[in-house]
Design a protein around this ligand. Structure first.
Ligand SMILES: Nc1ncnc2c1ncn2[C@@H]1O[C@H](COP(=O)(O)OP(=O)(O)OP(=O)(O)O)[C@@H](O)[C@H]1O
Length: 258
């Protein structure tokens, strides 16, 4: 791990009019680290994730990102073109609903290839070969390369969305309930796949989930949110095995009783 954080978040708040989305959130994310954001519905997880990924403009606070050249940059002061380039290349965003992160009416190969073209790859043969490699990697048969994602199952679509995001070797991936809409056996396989890829690629990731089992399996560290604020954070095993806040204790015990 590097001795500089990849992301430095200071006092991020987001208000929707008078309604609080999230409030005074601060943390650092380190290279290779996976952070889970957990909490009940409406606690502010998605709002925070969208602020971090610059999909929403925070009301106050700063988010700094360490670029590949080592410079820390304030994301709010980045130009639109630069920010879009960052989103297409150095970052990934995996949506809960794969249809939000895929182009449903172009082929699986093109969905993956498009991201490669965004980083300057122009050679059709190379693009197709790399797309095929990535389909294999996410356990989609290469014979499906010319099929559109609308002909895929939910699990396959989600794996394709992951391939599309990872093909450019991003350093940071945001995931919003990545296994949310899938049935339990499909979820388990997908989680295994994500865990393997995050480890092999030494990715940093921020994963929003309401499922503590997902946090346990994927994350090194977790933050528990309630009413827009982070009420507890720490190493995942510590928070889950020895929760300090009454609310976290309740969350953990309600899961264990299921
Ligand atoms: N576009 C919006 N306009 C107004 N209020 C919003 C908007 N989006 C979210 N909120 C409010 O912000 C608060 C946090 O919502 P958010 O969606 O971030 O929670 P969450 O923890 O991600 O919930 P869930 O798990 O149900 O997705 C809630 O009170 C919600 O009603």
């Amino acid at each position: 791990m590097s001795d500089e954080p990849l992301l430095k978040v200071r006092d991020i708040s987001k208000f929707y009019g008078a309604r609080i989305g999230c409030r005074n959130v601060s943390f650092e994310l380190w290279p290779g680290e996976v952070l889970a954001i957990v909490g009940e519905s409406g606690s502010g997880k998605t709002t925070l994730l969208n602020c971090l990924a610059t999909r929403l403009l925070a009301t106050s606070g700063t988010i700094e990102y360490r670029m590949r050249d080592g410079q820390m940059r304030d994301l709010a002061h980045m130009g639109e073109a630069e920010r879009r380039f960052l989103m297409r290349t150095d970052w990934g965003f995996v949506h809960q609903n794969p249809a939000d992160g895929l182009r449903m009416t172009v082929s699986a190969g093109a969905n993956v290839g498009e991201r490669l073209m965004a980083v300057g790859e122009r050679h059709y043969g190379n693009i197709r070969e790399t797309a095929g490699d990535w389909l294999r990697r996410v356990e989609i048969g290469v014979d499906r390369i010319d099929d559109q994602p609308r002909a895929f199952s939910g699990g396959m679509r989600q794996r394709l969305q992951i391939a599309r995001n990872l093909v450019t070797s991003p350093r940071l991936v945001f995931m919003d309930e990545p296994t949310g809409g899938l049935d339990v056996s499909v979820q388990a396989r997908l989680l295994d796949l994500v865990r393997g890829l995050v480890h092999d690629l030494e990715l940093s990731a921020i994963i929003v989930t309401h499922d503590l089992a997902v946090a346990r399996l994927l994350s090194h560290r977790m933050m528990v949110m309630k009413d827009g604020q982070v009420i507890e954070q720490g190493l995942t095993d510590r928070v889950l095995d020895d929760p300090r806040e009454a609310y976290t204790q309740l969350l953990v015990s309600s899961i264990l009783q299921v």
